[in-house]
Design a protein around this ligand. Structure first.
Ligand SMILES: Cc1cc2nc3c(=O)[nH]c(=O)nc-3n(C[C@H](O)[C@H](O)[C@H](O)COP(=O)(O)OP(=O)(O)OC[C@H]3O[C@@H](n4cnc5c(N)ncnc54)[C@H](O)[C@@H]3O)c2cc1C
Length: 361
């Protein structure tokens, strides 16, 4: 039986730590469990570098933690439809490092946790199905993209597969996107803090010839080769329009497993940041937290249908068409559209939960 002011959290990733810090400040005893041996998120993917549209100042204000030092403005980001290259506008887009290296977001959050004696950690402590019915009320579950956690909780998920490569690199804060018919999502590279992460991913198995095609593209267009690639998979909460949920059984969900993710491009960082705070609010005020959660995830459903009924069916399978349209419209005009979006001059209805020019806040 948990003490009155005690909260257990499963998942010491970004949303779990944000919830922990906020609860510790309110005087709760917080016990954070994670299946890994230490902090830094899942060892399958991290260290890694991620890119996201974000307003780091407004996000910091909302979550009550200054995360601005670890979000670095992206310097440039080409997007390739086969041979056609479009430079995407990068104002308002940031790169961030995950994992346990010193300049990562996780390290910043762990330093903040270190200020509170009422936060303790239990490593190698996975959430188990048999303990689900005995979890103390208000246990927070922040297990990210681990398929097992979705299964334990009965949350519908989409399995994704991908090739990843990561390591040190002497590059600035940079990214690219690559679109091809050999996978349903995209290939993307990002670098920050002289570390890179490259992911070629799909909601179906990504076959070796697809990876070879991507490698050829990289050498030809970006002059980059990586020595090692690893095949990984994971879960995303994008299997049902009803996915976003703050409460499950006795527990409070936050981060990606709560469905705080954008169904179009699968941006998850921003949603994990804000819902970590929402989960902390839910411990003492469920109604207020639910209103906040619904506000951040209110565009999930329409973007879910946009992705599944239009994008996957008619647009994404035909990268040649995207390339032709880009050429007809002209790369400069495509770039102009991107800039108008960024300046808020187009009625764009993105589903990225949180604070950014594409944000649902
Ligand atoms: C390869 C990859 C690339 C990505 N790129 C981007 C990007 O560029 N931009 C973007 O916006 N988003 C990106 N995302 C999504 C984004 O990383 C996630 O949405 C976000 O990190 C999720 O945060 P979280 O707090 O929910 O979970 P995480 O930060 O992933 O933390 C989950 C924690 O739970 C622990 N855990 C898992 N299962 C259990 C269990 N059963 N018991 C106990 N502990 C458990 C894990 O060890 C981990 O520490 C990417 C995701 C991946 C996997």
């Amino acid at each position: 039986m948990a003490k009155e002011k005690e909260v257990e959290i499963y998942g010491a990733g970004m949303s779990g730590l944000i919830a922990a810090i906020n609860l510790a400040r309110e005087g709760y005893e917080v016990i954070v469990h994670d299946m890994e041996e230490g902090y830094g998120g899942s060892a399958i993917y991290n260290p890694s570098t991620h890119v996201t549209p974000l307003d780091p100042v407004k996000t910091s204000e909302y979550i009550g933690i200054d995360i601005t030092p670890v979000f670095k403005p992206l310097e440039s980001c080409p997007s390739y439809f086969r041979k056609t290259k479009v430079m995407l506008p990068v104002g308002g887009v940031y790169a961030v490092e995950r994992g346990s290296r010193p300049k990562s977001l996780d390290s910043l959050l762990m330093d903040e946790c270190g200020k509170y004696k009422n936060i303790s950690f239990v490593w190698k402590s996975p959430l188990k199905k048999e303990s689900l019915s005995n979890l103390p009320k208000n246990t927070i579950i922040a297990c990210g993209l681990n398929p097992k956690a979705y299964e334990i909780l009965g949350i519908p998920y989409l399995k994704w597969y991908g090739w990843i490569s990561r390591g040190e690199i002497d590059m600035s804060t940079y990214a690219w996107l690559w679109w091809d018919e050999c996978m349903t999502e995209y290939g993307y590279f990002s670098s920050v803090n002289k570390y890179y992460f490259n992911l070629l991913f799909s909601n179906k198995e990504v076959k070796k010839p697809c990876l070879e095609k991507y490698k050829n593209f990289m050498v030809r267009n970006e002059g980059i080769e990586h020595e090692e690639w690893k095949y990984v998979s994971g879960a995303v909460p994008l299997a049902s329009p009803e996915n976003p949920r703050l409460f499950r059984e006795n527990a409070i969900l936050c981060g990606t497993i709560s469905g705080a993710m954008d169904p179009m491009l699968w941006f998850g960082i921003s949603g994990a940041l804000v819902t970590g705070k929402v989960a902390a609010i839910a411990v003492s005020d469920r109604d207020k937290a639910l209103a906040e959660f619904r506000r951040f995830t209110r565009r999930f459903r329409e973007n879910y249908y946009l992705k599944n009924k239009i994008w996957y069916r008619f647009i994404r399978p035909n990268v040649g068409m995207l390339e032709r349209v880009t050429r007809i419209v002209g790369t400069e005009r495509v770039q102009k559209i991107g800039s108008l979006l960024q300046e808020g001059k187009l009625p764009m209805r993105s589903a990225i939960p949180g604070f950014s020019y594409l944000g649902c806040n």
